[in-house]
Design a protein. Structure first.
Length: 437
């Protein structure tokens, strides 16, 4: 698809981010040569290159060559130590960086880069999921969750709600504002995630409503309070709905099936020499529980391959279900797994090390660093969508090789700007931009 607008470049993203960071509150009693924006962009630069030692390398480069990539790429004039960076950021709340996420989302929306992510009723799919991040039995802060064990030990941990825009068949997910779960959210996972989700909807619902959004979530979220919060925010939902946790609903499903009034659809086709059968059952205006006044629409999908069941799931939604759209609704509901693989899995195992303790602090440091880490992932996602040179290099190199290369290059060579770095890699890989007609 040809898009009419490609406003985002690495330089423009950094420029806007620094403008936001320039407004960070400064809680220090004494002023120094280091600005709060320098501390924030310094931490971000380490996550962007997936290199905790990035600042140390750049400080040495500046001493030896009189220049550094910290300055040329990120505008960091005075390179501080990692410890100093962490101390400065401990007082900064993670929500201070929400404007950067919003700016990127708005840019992707107005430039029509999100059109490929639309599904049922032309809605964008936003999957939500809780993720455990940093944990320790020794270090804690004011935002830690405390889990007291029978042997008297305590585990301190952090968790976030990690929303992302997803689409069936699309390998690129777009991370959105994370919501940090705090001790007052409760001690049970369900209470924490649902409370965090409702708070996230209150904060960001207005921005999402005008874009047309359907929230996707697992069985944990298919409860009346959250479904109502989603609809009150002007959004839609497709949420996993399991039999074991919605007994009353399934009593009604079984009664409808017994009386022969449950709608159904069957599709059969051949794929790679195998016979695939997809069976759907659905009904509108159901209830999640006996005393539930919220009407939901329910559907189920069962997939068989050569007579053996390979997949089964069920969903509740506020989209009206028909024989014409039940396949699309189920397909949208199934897309929620992408948040676990392409989003959470990438953040944990593909270089971002979301579960690693980069610095706990005593107040906000862990939450702030997690937010900057996910922001780095979002930057790479945007560049993968908009930067042709970046796209060509990433297509040529596996993820690990790509990051290994940029870490090595920026350690030894001072580049004038981001484009110079990409041009150097393009030349080495013998890549050329396609000619325009």
């Amino acid at each position: 698809m040809a898009y009419p607008f490609t406003a985002f470049t690495f330089d423009s993203l950094i420029e806007y981010s620094r403008s936001v960071m320039d407004e960070l509150p400064d809680y220090r009693f004494e002023s120094t040569n280091y600005q709060m924006a320098d501390a924030a962009i310094s931490a971000f630069s380490m996550f962007f290159f997936q290199c905790p030692s990035f600042l140390d390398f750049q400080r040495k480069m500046k001493e030896e060559k009189g220049c550094s990539n910290a300055q040329s790429l990120f505008g960091i004039e005075n390179i501080m130590s990692s410890a100093h960076t962490r101390n400065m950021l401990d007082e900064v709340e993670a929500s201070e960086f929400s404007k950067i996420y919003s700016h990127i989302l708005e840019g992707l929306y107005v430039s029509e880069y999100l059109e490929d992510y639309r599904g049922i009723n032309n809605n964008l799919y936003v999957a939500i999921d809780g993720v455990y991040t940093v944990s320790s039995d020794k270090i804690s802060c004011q935002l830690c969750h405390r889990a007291e064990h029978k042997d008297g030990t305590i585990t301190y941990s952090h968790s976030i709600l990690a929303p992302a825009i997803v689409a069936p068949g699309n390998p690129i997910v777009i991370p959105l504002w994370p919501e940090h779960m705090k001790p007052q959210d409760g001690h049970k996972k369900q209470d924490c995630e649902n409370t965090a989700a409702k708070r996230w909807l209150i904060t960001h619902g207005d921005e999402l409503r005008e874009m047309g959004v359907t929230i996707l979530g697992d069985d944990l979220y298919s409860r009346q309070p959250l479904a109502e919060a989603i609809t009150e925010a002007g959004l839609n939902y497709i949420l996993v709905c399991k039999r074991k946790s919605h007994k009353k609903l399934y009593e009604w499903v079984d009664t409808l099936e017994k009386n022969g009034v449950l709608s159904s659809l069957e599709i059969s086709y051949e794929k790679n020499g195998h016979t695939i059968v997809e069976r759907y059952r659905f009904n509108n205006e159901m209830r999640l529980r006996a005393d539930n006044t919220l009407a939901v629409n329910w559907c189920e999908i069962i997939i068989e391959r050569d007579g053996k069941v390979t997949y089964t799931n069920a969903f509740v939604t506020n989209h009206w279900i028909t024989e014409e759209n039940v396949v699309d609704i189920a397909r949208g509901g199934r897309a929620r797994w992408k948040i676990e693989n392409e989003n959470n899995g990438t953040l944990k195992t593909r270089g971002y090390h979301l579960e690693h303790n980069f610095g706990h602090g005593s107040k906000n440091l862990t939450a702030t660093l997690l937010t900057l880490n996910i922001l780095a992932f979002l930057f790479h996602t945007v560049l993968d969508l908009m930067d042709e040179k970046y796209q060509l290099i990433r297509e040529k190199l596996p993820r690990k090789t790509f990051f290994d290369d940029i870490r090595a290059l920026t350690r030894y060579i001072c580049f004038e700007d981001w484009n110079s770095l990409l041009d150097f890699m393009m030349e080495g890989l013998k890549l050329k931009l396609p000619k325009r007609a």
